[in-house]
Design a protein around this ligand. Structure first.
Ligand code: ATP
Ligand code: MG
Length: 608
């Protein structure tokens, strides 16, 4: 990390405001639905259920229902934060509710660690699935019985059949974009035979993979998703919720619309990859509404462009590789784009909500620059984070005339002068922080140059700078170690220049530097993080993302920090003046053993 030149940066006076909510196509659809009463006749049985269950309930008190449906097979990442903000945000803004649904129809994959982390993360982002005292936390696997019943219904009404073609035959007969599919020779089997066969599948009478249940839609459809999609497969696998009750499991594309309908979701919002699935989504729900298994009107699916951030990968599989290959310290490594990682890095819920808002919700894809994310954090921390001084690359500054000027008068060598500074320049109510200045102070190594480069206004022989909140000193030179490195910088105190005392600004200086007194500075471990990848699109076009891992994404330094940080608690954020925003690490920080993570620098300097 390079240090910005010292400056009396003027901090913005902007207060944290609720981000403006520009309209978008989803808001327009919802507003139009509310005006025309599209969903006004829906009843809500108090919990997810079929047509009969909901029909006996009152009119749904929720004006809209949305859902966030993660598969509990990994940690949530920044892309999921977008989806959470969109779904929970719309429900909140339109007097609706948003369900948290664990999409656990895939056996073997669920892990309690992920389930707990997902719940924790949604709440941390500021959202809740409990609305008016009712919890809307659901599991897709609770709907297996209904999904099975619906499958039998499709068979009975001639809309599904058991296909015993081999996987290879099925693939060949599906055709492709230019070639229509070919009907399976099992397609016209009688409903009764299909039903018997399907029950045999359920009763474990057939081997895994030997047959599947397919919907009978249209093998010639230009939309390949409508070419008789598979809806059930045989899979002898233990399920975390249903144990070994089932050896057949529904396919995602079959399960998902049904889950939405049972939960009375009005607006089922997903990312653009699912656009081609929408005709199937609608087809399936129409069949089940016709059969009076589900209540009308059906949920409607709407797609928006996913969030893509430069220098970030969001595939769970690739993130898992980083963890299991020890490229990072874990899912919550502060360099990870997981929400547990971002949180540990110092990201606030406000900053992630701001990113979701700022990146908009539209059909137009594209890449959001990483600096947009950093800008959101900087904005939310600037207005709230207390300030402190820290020296990250310390060298000692010796004020050689200190005892004569400061201590001599009252006969105290080693005299320490009390200084103070506001905790926040625009929040006087936060109070002030206290620290000392003495004969020896720590300064940044880069704040001294024996032979200054052009434009360098900090310490060099003969130059005067202000020790921020303290006195003006005039540099006289340095002493060096055997290896030539600077051992100590030497300076003389300029009398009567202490900040805040009358006449202190009579001496003009071009440079102001931050510092920490040797007498009261606290040693602290500071972890300087940078982007994990050096390429803006590390995995684009099937590229090996490991090839562009940034070798300098973590640098650990032993720093000195101001004594006010002795009481910092884990997760607390600060602005280290001139350096950036830092957070006390949630895992390793402890009283007496402070550890701070760099969350984001003061300005966007990356790549410059
Ligand atoms: P991954 O590909 O990382 O495994 P996923 O989409 O398979 O992600 P799910 O747990 O199934 O993960 O996703 C839950 C929800 O989050 C889905 O509705 C999905 O569309 C949404 N989501 C995932 N990534 C993004 C993203 N980058 N932008 C917006 N929404 C996203
Ligand atoms: Mg998924």
């Amino acid at each position: 990390m390079s240090l910005p030149a010292p400056s009396q940066k003027k901090f913005g006076t902007s207060q944290p405001t609720e981000p403006a909510k520009p309209s978008n196509f989803l808001r327009q659809i919802i507003e139009s639905d509310l005006t025309t009463g599209t969903n006004a006749t829906r009843r809500w049985g108090g919990s997810p259920g079929d047509n009969t269950h909901h029909a006996q309930g009152p009119l749904d008190p929720a004006r809209i229902r949305t859902r966030f449906p993660p598969e509990p097979n990994g940690y949530l990442h920044i892309g999921h934060a977008k989806s959470i903000c969109v779904n929970f945000g719309l429900a909140r803004d339109y007097a609706g509710v948003c369900h948290l649904r664990f999409d656990d129809t895939n056996p073997e994959k669920e892990d309690q660690e992920f389930v707990d982390a997902i719940m924790d993360t949604v709440r941390w982002l500021g959202f809740d699935w409990v609305a008016n005292g009712t919890s809307h936390l659901y599991h897709a696997s609770d709907y297996f019985d209904f999904m099975y019943r619906a499958a039998e219904h499709l068979i009975e009404t001639g809309h599904a059949y058991v296909d015993e073609q081999s996987a290879e035959e099925m693939r060949l007969n599906r055709g492709d974009f230019g070639k229509p599919g070919v009907n399976s020779r099992f397609r016209d089997r009688a409903a009764a035979d299909n039903l018997a066969r399907f029950r045999e599948m359920r009763d474990a009478r057939h081997a895994d993979g030997s047959m599947v249940l397919r919907a009978k839609v249209d093998m010639a459809s230009p939309n390949i998703n409508l070419r008789d999609p598979t809806i059930y497969r045989i899979r002898r696998a233990e399920h975390h919720n249903t144990g070994d009750k089932w050896c057949i499991y529904p396919m995602y594309a079959y399960a998902h619309p049904i889950e939405d309908a049972l939960e009375q979701i009005t607006h089922s919002i997903c990312t653009l990859e699912f656009e081609d699935q929408r005709p199937w989504y609608d087809w399936l729900l129409e069949r089940l509404i016709e059969g009076r298994l589900l209540q009308a009107p059906p949920p409607r699916q709407y797609e928006f462009a996913r969030l893509n951030l430069t220098y970030v990968i969001t595939s769970k599989r690739k993130l898992a590789t980083l963890v299991y290959d020890h490229k990072v310290s874990g899912w919550d490594d502060p360099r990870m784009p997981t929400l547990v990682g971002l949180r540990r890095r110092g990201y606030t819920p406000e900053s992630l909500r701001l990113l979701a808002e700022r990146t908009g919700t539209s059909k137009a894809g594209g890449w959001t620059d990483y600096s947009t994310l950093e800008g959101c954090l900087r904005e939310t921390l600037d207005v709230s984070a207390p300030r402190a001084m820290a020296v990250l690359d310390p060298v000692k500054l010796l004020i050689t005339n200190w005892d004569d000027v400061m201590g001599g008068g009252n006969g105290q060598p080693g005299f320490l002068d009390a200084c103070s500074a506001p905790l926040h320049p625009h929040l006087p109510e936060l109070g002030r922080r206290q620290f000392k200045i003495g004969r020896e102070v720590w300064i940044e190594r880069t704040d001294f140059e024996e032979t200054p480069a052009k434009g360098f206004f900090r310490l060099f022989p003969g130059n005067r700078v202000r020790l921020k909140y303290g006195h003006v000193v005039e540099c006289t030179g340095c002493s060096r170690n055997a290896d030539g490195s600077v051992a100590q910088v030497h300076a003389l105190l300029v009398p009567d220049t202490k900040s805040g005392t009358p006449g202190s600004d009579a001496v003009k200086v071009k440079g102001v530097i931050t510092w920490v007194a040797v007498a009261d500075g606290l040693p602290a471990e500071v972890r300087l993080y940078d982007r994990l990848f050096t390429e803006p699109q590390p995995d684009a076009g099937g590229k090996d993302f490991l090839a562009s891992l940034n070798p300098d994404s973590l640098k650990v330094v032993q720093a000195l920090v101001e004594p006010s940080l002795a009481t910092a608690s884990a997760d607390e954020k600060f602005q280290f003046e001139r350096h950036g925003y830092f957070v006390a690490d949630r895992v390793d920080h402890a009283p007496g053993r402070p550890v701070f993570n760099l969350a984001v620098g003061l300005k966007d300097s990356w790549g410059k």
